[in-house]
Write a protein that binds this ligand. Structure first.
Ligand code: ADP
Ligand code: ZN
Ligand code: ZN
Length: 745
């Protein structure tokens, strides 16, 4: 047995590992993540390191390998836990140990550490007054000025002394030598929160909120560690519940991580946490530099923080006394990593919580099918908030059939009903949000007369239109040419759905020339604070209509919005994977949740070509339970997750033929094993082109596996990995694994 040990985890290149022999007496005890003592270098100096991998295969000449001396005594450092977590991720998602380590450990930056210098008074009151009188008598005005300021403030930033007070460095040094003051250095962290103000209103929880918070907190204080799923309708006050629980937790010396999708991590939200926890809370986001992120992790490890808020990567905050991980909007697809290891923050949070003795709280108005399934099975504890704050009613919904509109001669993308309600709102100076769900613009082909969508006859997912007009299934590779007329009704109005936010903005401006419209999408939010600017302009009622993509549906509170229009609810229905219905239900429900959050009741118009589709029908009724029942029946029938598991394997190569041949070789290998009666219960689908078949001239081919047991798929990945490492054919291809896909390749 051999152990790969990393000596310096702060090293930029985490791949510097050294192999050691594991002595007999440590074989049972040693695990990934443990801190060990090893001889190092020519002089065999004792050094501590971390075990990052255990293996039976020596990578070097065995006779030259040194032996581990022992396991480090004392407390377990937080790094050990994170390395163990990296090991868990490697195993469960497929990646190299280096990729996993780089995901969980912040890499130290070469940037200079910023220091803040401070000037501190070193005399007591009487002595200081005596000296001050002396300086004044001798007309040492600079010294007198500094001393007087220090008597007022005691501690001054060095820059303020040389700047505002106009005192030279030599005067400061002289006074330091006289023992009047000291100059100290403190490490200055770059604070991402700027100058937020503490204080502000404290909400009193309503009964429902109190019950939820009490349940989680009482379990925790009784030593129970669990995973909770809080399903709370939009506007039911989930954030206030999180804050209440964290406050209790922090008062007992524990720490909390709060994951929020980046897009919902607005000033408004951060402020609510800052008002409670002040400087003890910090945030991470993608706009921060590596150095700033590293600083926040350092502060966390040094015990200067109690709460970290951020997107997926905040999960790896090195808190040594972690008590709870909260994942808000837990259904969001951004919680799944799109690089190796392709981990899901939810499962990884549960694994980390287990190691740390922490609980996990998941929250959403529209939980993922996966989480709700676990809650139903009793793996998670289900908690509910089914009323909005102050019992504000959920908005009234109208579902409009766009096929019917076409039949009536209305060719506009805005239905008669939507136009009528918009007019009413504009007259009353209330605000409107128009939501275009663009997630599905992968190029599905549909009929505008009857709503028929071209689907794969083998996989029940939409076909995607490729260049040259052919339609392709991304699961099995089935291909057909694009039809000229609808196979269902014969209409000529069949083709790719084309409507962007810009197009809608044009139409709205033409139809309502006096209205002020704002557009929010990737184009208008590219600049650093473009996103916040548009949101605050709309919040300040500088515009009547906000038109946008899914960006506008996330966690914003605009009390004057009383009408939400979902322009084409179908778009997300036809993504080329099995999540279409789930995404559609979530997006419509979340979008509808934006209406009527203030004192005025709200209305929602859902425009669609498939009004009878269960996702759209049930979203219109805001019936989550009903949707879950229908969706889980479909997943169970087709063995899609969470009813069974799926592994996607992708090979990528700059040479198209290489990509094709290597994926076929793998498929053949698996099928041969199946012919021999191995791998029972395994379903192999493909090979096919990936949904994005080519990126930057690299060709991507995929193979899908389905099996009831996750472990079986993990074992299969291990076998495939070994097969690949042993065959030269794979030298020039990159292989990636994705378990239970969320975003697809
Ligand atoms: P959710 O996350 O469930 O959509 P929020 O936590 O954002 O809901 O709460 C919605 C609004 O209600 C926020 O403006 C929040 O400040 C307010 N709020 C939350 N709890 C209470 C309460 N107990 N009393 C009054 N207002 C509350
Ligand atoms: Zn048709
Ligand atoms: Zn297919």
């Amino acid at each position: 047995m051999y152990a790969n040990v990393i000596i310096d985890i702060s090293h930029e290149k985490l791949d510097k590992t050294f192999q050691y022999k594991v002595p007999q007496e440590l074989r049972e005890k040693l695990a990934v993540g443990m801190q060990v003592e090893v001889p190092f270098g020519n002089g065999n100096r004792r050094n501590t390191g971390y075990v990052v991998e255990l293996t039976d295969e020596p990578e070097y000449d065995i006779t030259k390998l040194k032996e581990i001396v022992g396991v480090a005594e004392g407390g377990i450092p937080i790094e050990s836990q994170l390395i163990a977590l990296a090991g868990w991720m490697r195993e469960n998602y497929g990646a190299t140990m280096n990729q996993a380590l780089k995901t969980v450990l912040p890499v130290k930056q070469k940037t200079k550490v910023k220091k803040q210098r401070l000037v501190r008074l070193a005399l007591d009151r009487d002595e200081a007054e005596e000296k001050l009188a002396l300086f004044q008598k001798k007309h040492h005005m600079a010294r007198a000025r500094l001393l007087a300021s220090l008597m007022e403030q005691n501690l001054l930033p060095y820059e303020a002394v040389t700047g505002k007070l106009h005192i030279t460095a030599s005067v400061i040094r002289a006074m330091e030598e006289m023992g009047i003051l000291t100059v100290e250095e403190k490490r200055a962290y770059r604070s991402p929160l700027g100058e937020m103000k503490r204080g502000g209103g404290r909400v009193v929880l309503n009964e429902g909120q109190r019950e939820v918070a009490a349940r989680v907190w009482e379990d925790f204080s009784r030593g129970l560690r669990k995973t909770y799923l809080l399903r709370g309708v939009t506007g039911s006050g989930k954030t206030a519940v999180y804050i209440e629980i964290i406050e209790k937790l922090v008062s007992t010396g524990r720490q909390a991580i709060v994951l929020i999708p980046e897009i919902a991590l607005t000033y408004q939200t951060v402020l609510r946490f800052f008002q409670r926890f002040g400087e003890r809370v910090s945030i991470l986001n993608s706009k921060m530099s590596q150095g700033e992120r590293y600083d926040q992790f350092e502060r966390a490890r040094d015990g200067e923080l109690d709460v970290m808020i951020g997107p997926r990567s905040a999960l790896f905050t090195p808190f040594a006394r972690l008590g709870m991980i909260i994942i808000d909007e837990e259904h969001e697809t951004s919680y799944k990593s799109e690089t190796m290891p392709r981990y899901h923050a939810r499962e990884t949070a549960i694994a980390r919580a287990k190691m740390a003795g922490a609980s996990v709280l998941l929250g959403s108005a529209t939980p993922s099918i996966e989480s709700y399934y676990h809650a139903r099975n009793g793996d998670y504890i289900l908690l509910q908030l089914d009323k909005r704050i102050e019992e504000k009613p959920l908005p009234a919904c109208y579902t409009i059939d766009l096929r019917e509109e076409l039949r009536q001669g209305n060719r506009s993308i805005l239905s008669e009903k939507l136009q009528e309600l918009m007019e009413q709102r504009l007259a009353k100076h209330q605000q409107i949000m128009l939501f275009l769900n663009r997630r599905g613009l992968a190029g599905f082909v549909s009929c505008r007369a009857c709503g028929h969508v071209m689907k794969c006859p083998h996989c029940d997912v939409s076909l995607s239109q490729h260049m040259g007009g052919k339609l392709v299934c991304h699961y099995c590779g089935y291909t057909q040419s694009a039809p000229q007329t609808c196979p269902e009704c014969g209409s000529k109005y069949i083709g790719g759905f084309k409507a962007g936010t810009q197009k809608i903005e044009e139409i709205v401006k033409k139809r309502f020339p006096k209205a002020r419209a704002l557009r929010m999408d990737l184009d208008t939010t590219r600049s650093k604070d473009g996103y916040e600017k548009i949101l605050s302009a709309f919040a300040n009622q500088e515009a009547d209509i906000l038109i946008g993509t899914q960006m506008i549906v996330k966690g914003h509170d605009f009390p004057n919005v009383t009408l939400v229009g979902v322009v084409a609810a179908d778009l997300s229905l036809h993504v080329s994977d099995f999540h279409g219905a789930e995404r559609t239900f979530q997006l419509i429900t979340q979008a509808a949740g934006r209406a009527g959050r203030g004192d005025l009741p709200g209305e929602v118009v859902i425009q669609t070509y498939s009004p009878r589709h269960y996702a759209i029908e049930l979203a219109g009724r805001q019936d989550y339970e009903g949707f879950y029942e229908a969706e889980i029946a479909y997943r169970s029938f087709a063995h899609y997750p969470p009813c069974g598991h799926m592994l996607v394997m992708m090979v990528a190569s700059a040479d198209e033929m290489t990509a094709i041949l290597s994926i076929e070789l793998l498929a053949k290998k698996i099928r041969q094993a199946q012919d021999k009666g191995k791998l029972t219960g395994l379903q192999v689908i493909g090979p096919a082109e990936a949904a994005v078949a080519k990126i930057k001239d690299v060709y991507r081919r995929v193979l899908y596996f389905k099996h009831q047991e996750y472990r079986t798929l993990v074992q299969m990945k291990d076998v495939l990995e070994q097969f690949i490492s042993r065959h030269r054919e794979f030298q020039s291809v990159a292989v990636q694994f994705d378990f239970d896909p969320v975003n697809g390749f």
